[in-house]
Design a protein around this ligand. Structure first.
Ligand SMILES: [Ca+2]
Ligand SMILES: [Ca+2]
Length: 82
């Protein structure tokens, strides 16, 4: 039984670590990523903030395909209102 609890603790710890380590735009405000303060996130700004992020995620958020993520796209894509 002890080993089962130990294993469970390890799984929880790994999940937590993985969650913290993986690039996620959740709970990050647009203004933190928007370096030049134009209210839009470009791919280079996004990549600078999330070095591990894939381009697919950026494209998915950029619904009008203008290569910039505005606040409304950010709210939908990141699940975070700012
Ligand atoms: Ca910008
Ligand atoms: Ca856009």
């Amino acid at each position: 039984m002890k080993s089962l609890i130990g294993l469970w603790g390890l799984i929880v710890a790994l999940c937590c670590w993985g969650g913290c380590a993986s690039p996620s735009s959740r709970k990050v405000s647009l203004s933190k990523i928007d370096k030049n303060r134009d209210g839009l996130i470009t791919w280079s700004e996004y990549k600078a903030y999330f070095p591990e992020a894939g381009r697919a995620r950026f494209i998915k958020m950029d619904r009008d395909r203008d290569e910039r993520i505005d606040i409304s796209e950010w709210r939908v894509g990141s699940g975070f209102a700012d």
